[in-house]
Design a protein around this ligand. Structure first.
Ligand code: MG
Length: 280
């Protein structure tokens, strides 16, 4: 099942795509977090299908109730390119997960705009990532049971201001600016994908492919991430975990190539779909 959040006649709704993905059938929940809390068995569409041409897609979870939990440098080739760009800022000396938090006041919709923050940001970059959505309260979950706690998956662009990210001791500001979290186009429920998800992930800028990998190439796996985090931190339904980006980000190119207004960034994951945004 593919779930979306959308605007119809100015009202925000959640719904399930029809099999042909041309229409949406509404679900009886006020928002996606409520639908996630209700559980997959409760996701029974209760209305007539509406053609997607009549609605406007929003990010599937437009306003996550907590910051997005992110993994940094979680693909080997990306860890190498980051260290080449700035050895001090991206040192990864220990074989432990790099966790950080990304503030998301409002996630950017599919086809929405990435804010370039002129005057503040000079080195704007993209990061295509698989995002995991937690489905039920997770506390002390062993890795072998982690899959049972996943509601679904979406595509997330972990937009980053490299100058702000490396200019401060912490990454929070450079990763959490307004308009830095495009998400979507849908949540693919976890029952549709074997665990752990092994899906093609790619990113293009103005049609030029920059990133391509498989989502099972993570240094810290999805199962180990949920096990480790939940060993000391309760993960609530609707929690979004961005699992890290593959090699090929702008700072990793020689010379680095950063985003500018007008650029079109496409992040795509097999089965889930295409997330396209323009920099403004
Ligand atoms: Mg990232």
């Amino acid at each position: 099942m593919k779930l979306i959040t959308y605007l119809e006649d100015g009202r925000e709704k959640v719904g399930a795509l029809t099999a042909d993905e041309m229409s949406v059938r509404p679900l009886p929940f006020p928002d996606m977090t409520a639908a996630i809390e209700a559980g997959r068995d409760a996701l029974v569409p209760a209305g007539e299908p509406v053609g997607l041409e009549k609605v406007a897609l929003l990010a599937p979870i437009p306003r996550p109730r907590q910051d997005v939990i992110c993994l940094g440098m979680n693909y080997l080739d990306h860890a190498k390119e980051a260290a080449q760009y700035d050895k001090e800022a991206f040192a990864r000396e220990k074989p432990v997960a790099v966790y950080f938090s990304k503030r998301v006041t409002e996630a950017v919709a599919p086809e929405g705009y990435i804010d370039s923050h002129p005057g503040l940001v000079e080195k704007l970059d993209y990061e295509a990532e698989l995002a995991v959505i937690i489905g039920k309260t997770a506390k002390n979950v062993p890795a072998e049971k982690a899959g049972e706690y996943i509601f679904g998956y979406t595509v997330l662009n972990d937009v980053s201001a490299r100058d702000q990210q490396t200019g401060h001791k912490q990454w929070y500001f450079g990763k959490g600016l307004d308009g830095f979290t495009p998400m979507g186009p849908c949540i693919l429920t976890a029952d549709e994908v074997a665990f752990p998800p092994a899906l093609d992930i790619a990113c293009r800028v103005n049609g030029e492919e920059r990133q391509r990998a498989r989502t099972d190439g993570l240094i810290t796996s999805v199962a180990d991430t949920i096990a480790e985090l939940s060993s000391g931190m309760t993960l609530l339904p609707g929690t979004v975990i961005a699992t890290g980006t593959p090699a090929g980000v702008g700072m990793g190119l020689d010379p680095p190539r950063f985003l500018k207004p007008g650029d079109v960034v496409e992040c795509e994951i097999e089965r889930i779909g295409l997330l396209r945004n323009t920099v403004k």
